[in-house]
Design a protein around this ligand. Structure first.
Ligand code: NTF
Length: 812
């Protein structure tokens, strides 16, 4: 179906002239201004709209093709998306980069200048949110009919700066000046209930009528998600909470009670006000659960609306729909679908349960027990009374199944129950997510194995076939082509074409070039130029980067102990043959996570001490780059020589920064954790600096009685580093860090210290031999093709979603 037929829509031009005309039209008719008086913001908005139009055109054709084929859809439910800046990506994906650069000359401004106004929507915390963004990119690139659902937070992840040596947080009002990439559809609003009570429905044992005590509207807007090298444009649909008309109290307003008059609307709108800046521990706040339910309720109604456009029979629902739950945050969608099917559409319980179970799949992203969400039963009872009833019934039937399989095993029944019976009864969302889905996956081989063997072992015993692994991946468009244009050009030249951008395994073709001296020389030159651009330190120094959220399990403190030891060594032997290093840290700590913030403070204090030391500073420099986000990652990753992936084995589910860095030719120093294991297996053990305990050894050590002090007593350099902190040598900062390492050391930092230092010596040996280093670097890129999110999506599509592509015809 050609949407333009009979409507007579003008086709958008592709030449620089045509593009410029459209740009001027956007400026006149949509910004309401002229070239003469256009501000930088006007130029940016006009350009964004002109580019968006090209994509909207493809979007219309995509929608038509999808409608015509009535395919099986993937709906990705995620509380977080870290989409990154949109302009540069959309120029690339619409193939308008060159004509746009020409056209904006009309404003007397360069494209780069305009691009600086493009603010990234920081609607996520870290890896989980960025993964969601890479997956929607790859779904579009692979022509999979998909919608990503999320929340349009007014305030994204906080802006970080370093004030007085520590982290300071400011709100991120990312769309303060508007967001030209977004389409808002007020007419597609959904109604969401909270609180209230339930009532029986005459003539039914199962159905209940929920009378909510609060009603909130969900207003959708969507952003376009183009595929690369294909016509498909999918969408991410984000919900924003609005008070209903009734939430404004006119009589109170007229009586001068202005605050009271709007309080209900304010309360409603608070639901999508702010992203919770925490990705590992639960705040246990009612508002967070409200956000989750808001997302799920709006999205499911939208999914059902879309299903009913082309289908009538509920028995087709699970054939036409797969809903992927990105971690447990959207798990409330499971009882919500049951409620909609049973209470609102009148299906019987068994039929509804069969549909529900076949519709959902669940991805788990953690192993940390504190990151597995649970909610107090009393909170559910108050906020979502009908859902609690449904969860009880799901649980009762499920536990009967367990009892039938394992008769008399009361302990197992207790362990597996969706309701945890501790001091306080709590709903275990991960259990609900496993029970209510068809497939459960971890995000790297080791993680999936540990899920099966530890955290979810009872469930894997019961349903072994349900458990799968899908190793994470990253978008090579954003993290190589856009982030690292110099390397992209060199790769394309080396391989003879740019087909690697959509089939990343083609990078293996670089292998023969690893031994080519001229190619190696150019490879080094690219890295050097990227370091100059970054401007973080001497471009000839070893650029050693640790960029990720701050968390004790990730062990930024171990990196710091290495830096302090180097500081001591250089001071003791200033004439030594030292390898100059720039150690770059970037990352945010959850505002309430004091131990992580103490580590940030200590990093900055050690950095200042080194900076002030004329003996050491020529060889060692710490840079703390503020406000780590996707945009900053795109600058740091291409400039990195060494990638620090030093979490305690068995704690990092996968990691994706590790993949971005390896893909850009940084060499990893890392433990056998998460996807590091798969990176090492592919790039080759000689091209990876391994150290530390493995997950099994780490678990044994913790069980066998771990004594951090014994490591301290035994190792003079470690002792010197910790003593220096404890003695306040770094501006008096960091005593809590030293105390925690010596007292308990939850993540076995001291146990891995010596092995880590040895591996760092091996790093320096390799670095001193530029030919060896460059060869290792090229081989890292050459063998990282597996880590494309296109492969991740292909795995999900084949093994979990069972969906195929729908091709969108080109315009003829
Ligand atoms: C994160 N999980 C993991 O900590 C990372 O290892 C992983 O790469 C990403 O997910 C993406 O899979 C979380 O952020 C959370 F919320 F689950 F703790």
């Amino acid at each position: 179906m050609d949407l333009r037929q009979g409507i007579g829509l003008r086709r958008l031009g592709t030449t620089a002239d045509e593009f410029q005309q459209d740009l001027l039209s956007s400026l006149y008719y949509r910004r309401g201004t002229t070239v003469e008086s256009a501000s930088a913001r006007d130029a940016y908005e006009a350009l964004a709209l002109t580019v968006r139009d090209r994509l909207a055109d493809r979007r219309a054709r995509t929608a038509a093709a999808h409608y015509a084929s009535n395919p099986r859809w993937v709906y990705y439910l995620s509380a977080e998306y870290l989409l990154g800046a949109q302009l540069e990506q959309n120029l690339l994906y619409s193939g308008t980069g060159e004509v746009a650069a020409e056209a904006v000359k009309a404003f007397g401004r360069s494209l780069e200048e305009i691009e600086e106004l493009d603010v990234e929507p920081g609607l996520g915390n870290g890896g989980l949110g960025r993964l969601a963004a890479c997956l929607v990119d790859s779904m579009a690139t692979r022509d999979i009919p998909a919608v990503g659902y999320g929340i349009r937070y007014d305030f994204g992840i906080f802006k970080q700066s370093v004030e007085d040596g520590g982290q300071a947080e400011r709100p991120d009002d990312w769309a303060f000046q508007g967001n030209p990439w977004e389409f808002t559809a007020a007419d597609d609003r959904q109604t969401v209930g909270f609180y209230g009570h339930t009532e029986p429905v005459a003539g039914s044992e199962i159905r209940r009528h929920w009378v909510p005590g609060e009603i909130v509207l969900g207003e959708p807007s969507h952003m376009l998600v183009p595929g690369y090298g294909t016509e498909t444009v999918n969408i991410v649909r984000l919900w924003r909470a609005r008070g209903s008309e009734a939430s404004f109290d006119l009589s109170r307003f007229s009586a001068g009670q202005y605050a009271e008059a709007v309080q209900e609307a304010v309360r409603a709108e608070n639901i999508s006000k702010v992203l919770y800046p925490d990705d590992s521990t639960e705040l246990g706040r009612e508002l967070r659960l409200k956000q989750q339910y808001f997302l799920c309720s709006c999205s499911l109604r939208d999914i059902i609306r879309r299903f009913r456009l082309r289908n009538q029979d509920w028995d087709d629902f699970a054939e036409k729909t797969v809903v992927q739950l990105n971690d447990t945050h959207p798990t409330i969608a499971i009882p919500e679908l049951m409620r909609l099917l049973v209470d609102e559409y009148g299906l019987g319980w068994d039929r509804a349960w069969s549909i529900t179970r076949r519709t959902f799949a669940y991805t788990c992203h953690t192993l940390l027990p504190e990151a597995l969400e649970t909610w107090p039963v009393h909170l559910f009872e108050r906020l979502l009374p009908r859902h609690l009833e449904i969860i009880y019934l799901i649980n009762m039937l499920f536990l009967q199944e367990v009892e039938a399989r394992f008769p008399g095993d009361a302990e197992r029944v207790r362990r597996m129950s969706i309701i945890g019976e501790g001091d306080e009864r709590r709903v275990r969302m991960a259990h609900l997510a496993v029970v209510g889905t068809e497939a459960v996956n971890g995000v790297a081989e080791l993680h999936s194995k540990l899920l099966r063997e530890t955290v979810l072992q009872d469930f894997a015993d019961l349903w072994p076939a349900k458990f799968q692994n899908v190793t994470n991946g990253v978008s090579p468009r954003r993290f190589v082509k856009l982030a690292n244009p110099r390397l992209s050009d060199l790769i394309t030249e080396g391989l003879g074409d740019d087909s690697w951008l959509t089939d990343l395994e083609h990078l293996a073709g670089l292998e023969p070039l690893a031994g080519d001296a001229a190619f190696a020389e150019r490879w080094r030159a690219v890295k050097r130029a990227n370091k100059v651009d970054l401007g973080a330190g001497d471009p000839d120094s070893l650029t050693d980067v640790m960029i990720k959220r701050f968390h004790e399990y990730k062990r930024q403190q171990l990196k710091l102990l290495h830096v302090i030891t180097m500081y001591h060594r250089i001071r003791e032997n200033p004439a030594g043959d030292w390898v100059p290093r720039t150690v770059l840290f970037a990352g945010k700590a959850a505002p309430a996570y004091h131990a992580a913030k103490n580590i940030i403070r200590l990093i900055n204090a050690v950095g200042a001490t080194i900076e002030a030391d004329p003996v050491v500073s020529p060889y060692l420099k710490i840079v703390f780059a503020e406000n780590y986000n996707v945009t900053l990652a795109e600058r740091i990753v291409p400039a990195a020589d060494l990638s620090e992936q030093i979490s305690l084995a068995g704690k990092e589910a996968s990691g994706t920064g590790n993949m971005k860095l390896a893909l850009n030719g940084a060499i990893t120093i890392g433990t056998l954790d998460g996807a590091n294991i798969e990176i090492r297996a592919r790039v080759g053990e000689e091209n990876f600096f391994l150290f530390g305990l493995d997950a099994f050894q780490a678990a044994e050590m913790r069980i066998g009685g771990y004594h951090p002090r014994a490591h301290y007593e035994r190792d003079a350099e470690l002792r010197a580093a910790l003593d220096a902190i404890a003695a306040g040598e770094f501006g008096g900062v960091g005593r809590e860090v030293a105390d925690s390492l010596l007292g308990w050391d939850e993540y076995l930092t001291l146990a891995d210290y010596r092995s880590y230092l040895d591996a760092q010596e091996e790093v320096e040996r390799a670095w001193r031999d530029p030919a060896r280093w460059t060869r290792m670097s090229i081989l890292n890129t050459a063998h990282s093709g597996f880590f494309s999110s296109d492969r991740t999506v292909a795995d999900y599509a084949a093994r979990i979603w069972r969906v195929g592509p729908v091709t969108v015809p080109r315009e003829d």
